[in-house]
Design a protein around this ligand. Structure first.
Ligand code: HEC
Length: 185
């Protein structure tokens, strides 16, 4: 793909393989979007600390994701049962998988990625979901509200008045990457 220019930064990846199968397209899209978002966060933390990064993420996470989906010609997003951005609200299929993973985690089973072929309005799609787990560094913006830096909390309050994405602990299921690829006959 072409390098993406975001807020004056160039985010880039090696070119994908030629015409891979739907499973490989979905899995590599998740891997690559994950890398891009990590780069974005890492660069912004260096530039502006957590306060700068929280602003930058709120301005760029959706743009990067949408541009990436367009380039790869598939649907890809991040979703969560406790979403920060209402655009990341899961559909019924995604919500069901996230709930299954949460139930499994309670029983001591780590969530595992999942591929499934579904038919919608006579068209076949591969659906792929990969869990996203909370790590220590995520807590600066997704941890318990009272532990967030005041500057971060102010940005969140202003931009996400109905934010559900705080109160996590390291190891919690945060959400998922989710992909839909049409399977052409
Ligand atoms: C600097 C603050 C910051 C840090 C650190 C951070 N996030 Fe976020 N996160 C945000 C913001 C802001 C959004 C909303 C972006 C948007 O509007 O699309 C978000 C959204 C998300 C979403 C999309 C679902 C939703 O709630 O809208 C996921 C998943 C997510 N973050 C996971 C993580 C994980 C995992 C980490 C640690 C590796 C992490 N975040 C670290 C600020 C942060």
């Amino acid at each position: 793909m072409r390098p993406l220019l975001v807020l004056g930064m160039t985010l880039s990846l090696a070119a994908p393989a030629q015409q891979p199968a739907p499973q490989e397209r979905a899995a590599s899209a998740v891997r690559d979007l994950g890398l891009l978002l990590q780069q974005l966060l890492g660069e912004e933390l260096k530039r502006g600390g957590f306060e700068g990064a929280v602003k930058a993420c709120s301005e760029s996470a959706q743009v990067v994701t949408e541009q990436f989906a367009h380039e790869r010609e598939l649907d890809i997003r991040r979703v969560s049962l406790r979403y920060r951005n209402p655009k990341d609200q899961p559909d019924d299929y995604e919500a069901a998988r996230l709930k299954e993973w949460e139930a499994a985690a309670k029983a001591g089973q780590p969530p595992a990625e999942r591929f499934e072929t579904v038919t919608e309005n006579g068209r076949r799609f591969l659906r792929y979901m990969k869990p996203i787990t909370v790590q220590g560094m995520c807590l600066s913006c997704h941890g318990p509200r009272e532990k967030l830096a005041a500057a971060v909390r102010d940005v969140l309050d202003a931009r996400y008045p109905r934010d559900k994405a705080t109160g996590y602990r390291a190891g919690d299921l945060r959400g998922a990457f989710t992909v839909m690829v049409e399977i052409k006959p």
